[in-house]
Ligand binder design. Sequence first.
Ligand code: NAI
Length: 248
Amino acid sequence: MGLLDGKTAVVTGAARGIGKAIALKFASEGANIAFTDLVIDENAKNTEKEIEALGVKAKGYASNAANFEDTAKVVGDIHNDFGRIDILVNNAGITRDGLMMRMSEQQWDMVINVNLKSAFNFVHACAPIMMRQKAGSIINMASVVGVHGNAGQANYAASKAGMIALAKSIAQELGSRGIRANAIAPGFIMTDMTASLSEEVKTEWAKKIPLRRGGSPEDVADVATFLASDLSSYVSGQVIQVDGGMNM
Ligand code: NAI
């Protein structure tokens, strides 16, 4: 028996990276998986097949999480296809790094829209379904830089701080309807997002991590599984750092 048997999870931006690891872990615990990404290309189709191979229903949907109408439509489609939504993981995210004084308005808007507005869009569309079911778990993917800030990432850090405050606010507003909301703040996790960082930056990060290694997407997926499942049924409004003990 799996921790998430009979539940349906929506994971945004899950064709690869942390989102994919979460989708696979949830599926291995019995959840049916609806995931989104900007395009459902060959890679996303392969992700869909890998999830299905775990014996659950899985479907990838092309949608831009930053777009309000797109999100309302895709959540409607998912609800029609799966019949329920028990877990929402707001995972889609991007970086457009730069020092504040050199940051363009476009860099700012893009990161805030993809990383933060996307979560508003999905909560707005999924919460009414969860409220009717009188239960739900919402997980916002934040970051340690959303807790501590980071030079060169003002847009990204602000978006991730927003994800934490959004989760805490939803927890307060919707707790009486049986809906829990929490945030995960990963540290340095080895994915495509961090692959482009310079060796110098990676070495600096590694020095700050007591466990002396970067995290894997699976390290984050394990914590997401705890927050999605009834193991955390009395946990809401929290932010859990998954960072190898690093305090920035
Ligand atoms: P990634 O770049 O490997 O994967 C992100 C996925 O989101 C991609 O499949 C991408 O196509 C999708 N995506 C981007 N924009 C989208 C949009 N508008 N609509 C739908 N999908 C979209 O990144 P990674 O590392 O897996 O990150 C996942 C989440 O974890 C992000 O929110 C990121 O900010 C967060 N995070 C990652 C850390 C790391 O060290 N890798 C650390 C802390 C947080």
